[in-house]
Design a protein around this ligand. Structure first.
Ligand code: KIV
Length: 270
């Protein structure tokens, strides 16, 4: 049976920790679903991992729906969350409702995620009131990169920490079913987690959050450039891919591939 937001609420009450991973394509989603990863996020981080942009700001709703459809087809058991990209929920409530609706109707995801507090709290109330579950996202929210002046840990001052805590509580009251906490000091991750009845999902927020999320390319060792301090790679698939395709290239150039085991005879062998 597939995972629902009710499961996440139950796990929080039972203090059962869980994982979320990003997924952007059918094949990866199938493997993650086989591994019983309960929550998959079609993150706007696909701007970097799939589309080669330097940040998430150029990602469009069309990009997100396109990738989300493939993840939905690949992962029938996971709770799938679609990340609302920059400008999909910034101009008006009407835009927000239309774009969140696209995610559920066109792509078939189960919930949407929006970054920040402020107006997003009001939008969260509106969407949940229409049956669209919302995951919040606070702290080092990548869509605020220019506002923050770079990838900087958030919530270090008392005032900033209080604001994040207050936003988290307001999102919970507005109906959010969980909140991603990104790039904040561990003690603040703990404080927010203890203050909420909904699960917190940390990424660079320390060990005390109810769940942890990472970008799948980082987990698999596929990120060619710098990775953040909070990233742990559980495999090194990048070098493995390079080795495999170099061997293929060598074997084709030497004539070793295709060999008899990989070719068709004119008549089937008896
Ligand atoms: O887009 C994304 O991948 C995210 C996660 C890092 C939480 O928002």
């Amino acid at each position: 049976m597939s995972i629902t937001i009710a499961d996440l609420r139950k796990w929080k009450a039972e203090r059962k920790r869980f994982t979320m991973l990003t997924a952007y394509d059918y094949t990866t989603a199938r493997w993650l679903d086989r591994a019983q990863i309960p929550v998959l996020l079609v993150g706007d981080s696909l701007g970097m991992t799939m589309l080669g942009y330097p940040d998430t700001l150029s990602v469009t709703m069309d990009d997100m729906v396109h990738h989300a459809k493939t993840v939905v087809r690949g992962a029938p058991n996971a709770l799938i969350v679609g990340d609302m990209p920059f400008m999909a929920y910034h101009a008006s409530l009407e835009d927000t409702v239309r774009n969140a609706g696209r995610f559920l109707q066109e792509a078939g995801v189960h919930a949407v995620k929006m970054e920040g507090g402020g107006r997003v709290i009001e939008y969260t109330r509106a969407l949940t009131g229409m049956g669209i579950p919302v995951m919040g996202h606070l702290g080092l929210t990548p869509q605020f990169l220019n506002q923050f002046g770079g990838w900087k840990v958030q919530g270090r001052s008392d005032e900033a920490a209080e604001r994040i805590l207050a936003d988290a509580q307001a999102l919970e009251i507005a109906g959010a079913f969980s909140i991603v906490l990104e790039g904040i000091p561990s003690p603040l991750g703990k404080r927010v987690t203890e203050a909420l009845a909904i699960p917190t999902i940390g990424i660079g927020a320390g060990p005390h959050t109810d769940a942890q999320v990472l970008v799948i390319q980082d987990v698999l060792g596929l990120t060619p450039d710098h990775v953040a301090k909070f990233v742990k790679a559980y495999a090194q698939l990048g070098p493995e891919i390079e080795r495999a395709v170099r061997r293929f290239d060598e074997e084709v150039r030497s004539g070793a591939f295709p060999d008899p085991a990989h070719e068709y005879a004119s008549k089937p062998t008896a």
